[in-house]
Design a protein around this ligand. Structure first.
Ligand code: GN1
Ligand code: MG
Length: 372
């Protein structure tokens, strides 16, 4: 779609004048643009087109992001030692927190975080440990924000029962005629589905508490500074009530995979145990005060659970003819699903050691203290 970025920016209350932009190619759902201005003091802005087919309630979504970022900013002001930052939403000229253009497209603007970078594949254990601390801290700092004030931006987002139902429907309808290409994956899903239902059962029984979680904790949603200190958590569209297992599991899926999410050479896919351990230690350091026994017991398994649920979503989208995730070639979603399933196999082989790493981390880490 043709976008007039310069015109869109005029609707936001920015410092300086528009001076060009670059498109940022990460993310499978929204579109992002780095905006330059002629102001020397201001580092620029980060403009995003919000995919309204997927995020149907943009009002609710932006309210969530504003209350979460406000809360985090206040917590960080009270705890300057934490040396962490938070996204800043830039309002429109009319005071609203998003701009709806005449074509019915939704836009929002953040301050650009300068000199920051993220990782698709984590390079070393120090970075993994920082990442674990950062996502754990993000959740801990949100623990006292009332979760009933937040909307569910995508209902049933990590509901495995609903995801399995949607997959079954897509498989039966086979609208894109692709079911014949996924025989191995169909068998994989059938053989693992039942064990995954343990998580919703624990949620329903109340053993796994609902907290405010990020729900899209891809490792590349952590920004690092030049010294590889974790600076900020981004991509807040799905911050809503969820289980801590969702957040831990998705970071392991992305951060502790030796390969990219869409690696075509499946022999490169494996679980990187030193990275897993470093992330786990960092995460537990920031969350241990609140972890319940059911959460601890299932933390290692959550990596398989989240890898399964997202693999299943890629596979379902492949069957549907690629209507949800942005793809670059016809088999892209199938490759993504294959990578997830291969990673699950690698984690299954290491399941005991992954659990013992959780237990060891609980013994060997101290908690970060955060004033409430
Ligand atoms: C999507 O667009 P991005 O990369 O932030 C998806 C996540 C998936 C991820 C898979 C709202 O996130 O749930 O885990 O792709 N976000 C949404 O890479 O569906
Ligand atoms: Mg996202």
């Amino acid at each position: 779609m043709e976008r007039n970025i310069e015109e869109i920016i005029t609707h936001f209350d920015i410092i300086g004048d528009f001076d060009g932009f670059e498109k940022n190619e990460t993310g499978h759902i929204n579109e992002s643009y780095r905006i330059h201005t002629n102001s020397v003091e201001h580092p620029g802005y980060f403009l995003q087109w919000i995919n309204n087919t997927i995020f149907k309630d943009v009002d609710g979504l932006m309210e969530n992001i504003c209350s979460v970022t406000r809360h985090l900013a206040q917590k960080l002001a009270e705890n300057p030692k934490l040396d962490f930052s938070v996204l800043e939403v830039i309002p429109c000229n009319d005071g609203k927190n998003f701009y709806l253009d005449p074509a019915g497209q939704y836009w929002r603007l953040y301050t650009f975080i300068d000199d920051a970078h993220g990782y698709n594949v984590v390079e070393n254990v120090e970075i993994a440990n920082e990442g674990g601390k950062a996502f754990g801290l993000f959740m801990s700092l949100l623990a006292d924000l009332p979760s009933n004030g937040l909307s569910e931006t995508i209902p049933n987002f990590h509901n495995i029962e609903k995801r399995l139902e949607a997959y079954q429907v897509s498989l039966e309808q086979d609208i894109a005629g692709r079911a014949k290409e996924i025989r191995e994956e169909i068998a994989f899903v059938a053989s693992r589905a039942e064990q995954m239902l343990a998580i919703p059962a624990l949620i329903k029984s109340g053993s796994l508490p609902m907290r405010i979680t990020h729900n899209d904790t891809k490792f590349n949603n952590i920004l690092f500074d030049q010294h590889n200190h974790a600076l900020c958590i981004v991509d807040l569209d799905t911050v809503m009530p969820g289980s801590i297992l969702f957040d831990f599991g998705d970071s392991i899926r992305t951060g502790a995979n030796t390969a990219n999410e869409d690696e075509q050479d499946l022999s490169k896919v494996d679980i990187n145990l030193p990275i897993y351990e470093a992330y786990t230690r960092g995460f537990i350091e920031s969350t241990r005060e609140t972890l319940t026994s059911a959460e601890i017991e299932n933390l290692a398994f959550s990596a398989r659970f989240m890898t399964f649920i997202i693999g299943l979503r890629f596979l379902t989208d492949f069957l549907n003819g690629d209507t949800y995730f942005r793809t670059s070639y016809p088999l892209h979603n199938l490759i993504r699903a294959k990578v997830q399933f291969r990673l699950i196999e690698a984690m299954e082989k290491n399941s005991e050691i992954m659990h013992s790493i959780v237990m060891r981390s609980l013994k060997n880490t101290f908690s970060l203290t955060v004033s409430k």
